[in-house]
Ligand binder design. Sequence first.
Ligand code: ADP
Ligand code: MG
Length: 327
Amino acid sequence: MPQLLEVTDLHVTYTTDAGPVQAVAGLDLRVGAGEVVGLVGESGCGKSATALSIMALLPRNVGRVTGGSIALNGVDLVRERESALRRVRGRDVAMVFQDPMTSLNPAYTVGDQLGEPLRTHLGMSRDEAARRARELLDEVGIPQAARVAGDYPHQLSGGMRQRVVIAMAMACRPKLLIADEATTALDVTIQAQILDLLRELQQESGMGLLLISHDLGVVASTCDRVAVMYAGRMVEEAGVAKLFAHPAHPYTRGLLDSIPRLDDERARLASIPGQVPAPGQTPAGCRFSSRCSHVADRCREREPGLVALGGGQASRCWLSLDEVEAR
Ligand code: ADP
Ligand code: MG
């Protein structure tokens, strides 16, 4: 049986004034039905490019899938026609963005916007769609759903707007939901509530959830499995408990050290020195070699492959897990 989502050797290229840049360079990623997978990495690693490719929402004439395949239930979306993709998008796979206003139209009430996909994708009548819209608002924990349905987006708080967007994404009961930095703009308490909501909806519906964040802390409590991305490539993948207990890649360890901890008295958090190299400026060999504290000559010469370490963990590093842990 094919997995719900199977991304294989994905390459995404953006056309810029300075020439083509490769935002994703050979990514393999899987999400099973009912599975919650975190996609983590600093800003600029290619997480959104990956999400937009899955949604077929790369900016027209600028971003393009230049290699690989994206199979949803065995059907390769990269080779589908635009008309077929429109049916898939919103129905089989839906996405929640960081800024709810990118998905909400300020000129329409919340109820009207929620009703729209129900009418176009599910063929509901206006009345049916309005009733279902109120139910959906209720399901995402919005109090007084009937009143909020008549509100315009600007009348709601940021957290409430994100709940509305999640309700829109859930409207057609997608098989896969992609949340790209969906809680990043919210304060910590609201962020936790939205993450709880996503997990709850996921468990009730059995859908797959791809939770994208620059913050490993965000995925910690929500995900089953985590994929760590660096400069367009996956550098580590593991079950969430394994990843936190025995991170194998020096980049993952750096990200973990940057998470604030309640039991930690250190005034300043360790952060990884330097920045994600811009596409086109990735170093030879391992892409992380220019920032890695364990770097050796071989790292600058040849890029390691993704090596399976057992127990579902894999890491793209020349060092073994024992060697990394010994340092
Ligand atoms: P992330 O979501 O992990 O922060 P992105 O996928 O947004 O990263 O970006 C990956 C790379 O692609 C970055 O180097 C970024 O500068 C580049 N990029 C993203 N969007 C565009 C665009 N519209 N035009 C040109 N380059 C882009
Ligand atoms: Mg992004």
